[in-house]
Unconditional design. Structure first.
Length: 154
């Protein structure tokens, strides 16, 4: 399997409606997670050129609430690859167009698995980190994998 191209950032932009809010008038966490999952799917499709499924999500953090009418931007990047799986980092920002302000709203890590027509995991190109930042994230990906494997074997 050849090496994968350097992962590109993939951004989905949405504005959310009153039906997406909780009793406090903020956007539901599940709605934000759905947008994050979609962004992770696009990033992993583009990287692997295969069908993908979400195997898991980790380290989801809601940093600040998102309000109706704000523009929500979910940016996803493949930061680690296994044999068939990809760790995809997702960063969500909320933009208030009228105030010309933007802030970090949520972050998370999605594990996407490339699958064949029968839904079985299928190999993907291996990502080679290039920059210092990418190397750091790759090393963290290796650590996460070790922790997952330890948990699984317990
Ligand atoms: C994800 C899925 C394809 C894995 O299939 P499997 O037969 O268990 O395959 P394996 O155990 O060989 O795992 C395949 C890869 O996924 C990874 N993986 C599987 N479950 C995982 C989890 N919960 N967290 C992190 N990684 C996981 C494995 O580490 C492995 O990675 P690698 O190939 O890079 O080493 C299967 O469990 C599945 O189809 N789940 C349902 C997915 C789904 O419906 N998602 C929601 C809608 S998209």
């Amino acid at each position: 399997m050849p090496h994968g191209k350097s992962p590109r950032e993939n951004t989905l932009i949405e504005t959310l409606l009153p039906k997406d809010t909780n009793a406090s008038g903020h956007i539901f966490g599940g709605v934000v997670m759905s947008l994050m999952d979609k962004a992770a799917a696009v990033a992993s499709w583009r990287y692997s050129k295969q069908r993908v499924v979400t195997a898991g999500a980790e380290e989801i953090t809601f940093v600040t609430p998102i309000h109706v009418g704000e523009v929500v931007r979910a940016s996803a990047t493949v930061i680690y690859t296994g044999r068939t799986s990809m760790d995809v980092e997702v960063i969500v920002e909320a933009e208030n167009i009228f105030e010309e302000s933007s802030r970090l709203a949520a972050t998370g890590l999605f594990i996407m698995v490339a699958v064949d027509d029968q839904g079985k995991p299928t190999p993907i190109p291996q990502w080679q980190p290039d920059t210092e930042e990418e190397k750091k994230k790759h090393k963290e990906g290796l650590e996460r994998r070790k922790i997952r494997e330890q948990k699984k074997s317990r």
